[in-house]
Design a protein around this ligand. Structure first.
Ligand code: ATP
Length: 256
């Protein structure tokens, strides 16, 4: 058997009270692949991330990360498998410095306390100096060096997005899950961000699952796209293939 997929979500069902959020969702991400996850509002994209992160319980189905069953693990253990994520709403510690915000990715339960736990950060034991060097290198890579000692709350929005990315990369992910990173960015910033993520993949080597409404971002970054509608996978293909798929067009028009 060859290398297992970075992520294998099979037939997952999730219910909140009477609401069926996921109804047989199936998503596969190959190692080194950038997989897009699109679908109309309420399709279940964020819910799926929360299932992989183990923030939500699933009723049935299976989720494996690099061949390891995720559903038997706690959120911090999933992070320990090399899964990092960003959130739809930017979550930084506004009164901490930019550098310290990146270090949160390395020091769970010390700086950031319960937040680090909520973010599902793993326990990594390395010297503080090593971690600071790694954090500074990431800040340089993400063009944030000039802000390193500034308070994060002061950053322009586009830089905050890059800061979140730096924090996620601090965890040395093998699978990076990005929840609408292009949201709120200008067209130019979107293209820059896509370029940046491409470069980071080249230097760090990780698979990506990208939830995104912005089709410029999707088309520029994704090898393939999985389309969810009402909690179900309705199509998988290249960005061009899914864009011209009648079922996908219908799902978006029908939900409008
Ligand atoms: P969007 O593109 O708007 O972010 P989405 O595809 O990410 O949408 P989800 O946020 O995953 O969709 O929501 C899927 C469904 O699950 C929706 O009907 C939503 O109301 C419901 N849902 C999600 N989280 C919860 C929760 N914690 N409790 C109750 N219902 C929830």
């Amino acid at each position: 058997r060859g290398t297992p997929p970075a992520l294998s979500i099979l037939d997952v069902r999730v219910e909140f009270g009477g609401i069926i959020a996921l109804d047989g969702a199936t998503v596969g991400v190959a190692p080194d692949q950038v997989m897009g996850l699109i679908g109309p509002n309420g399709a279940g994209k964020t819910t799926l991330f929360n299932c992989v992160s183990r923030l939500y319980e699933v009723q049935s189905g299976s989720i494996e990360v690099h061949g390891t069953d995720v559903l038997a693990r706690r959120p911090d253990q999933v992070a320990g498998l090399g899964v990092a994520r960003t959130f739809q709403n930017v979550g930084v510690f506004p009164t901490e410095t930019v550098l310290d915000n990146v270090l949160v990715g390395a020091y769970p339960r010390t700086r950031g306390g319960m937040w680090a736990t909520a973010l599902g950060l793993p326990s990594i034991r390395r010297s503080e100096r090593t971690e600071r060097e790694r954090a500074r290198a990431l800040l340089a890579e993400l063009e944030l060096t000039a802000y390193a000692d500034e308070v994060a709350g002061q950053l322009p929005f586009g830089s905050l997005k890059r800061l979140e990315l730096a924090r996620a990369l601090m965890m040395e992910p093998r699978l990076l899950m990005l929840d609408e990173p292009a949201n709120g960015l200008t067209h130019g910033e979107v293209l820059e961000l896509a370029e940046l993520v491409r470069g980071l993949r080249g230097s760090h080597g990780f698979a990506v699952l990208l939830v995104e409404h912005n089709m410029d971002m999707v088309a520029s970054l994704c090898d393939e796209v999985t389309v969810l509608e009402l909690g179900r996978t309705i199509a998988v293909g290249t960005p061009d293939q899914v864009r011209s798929d009648p079922r996908v067009i219908e799902a978006y028009l029908g939900g409008a």
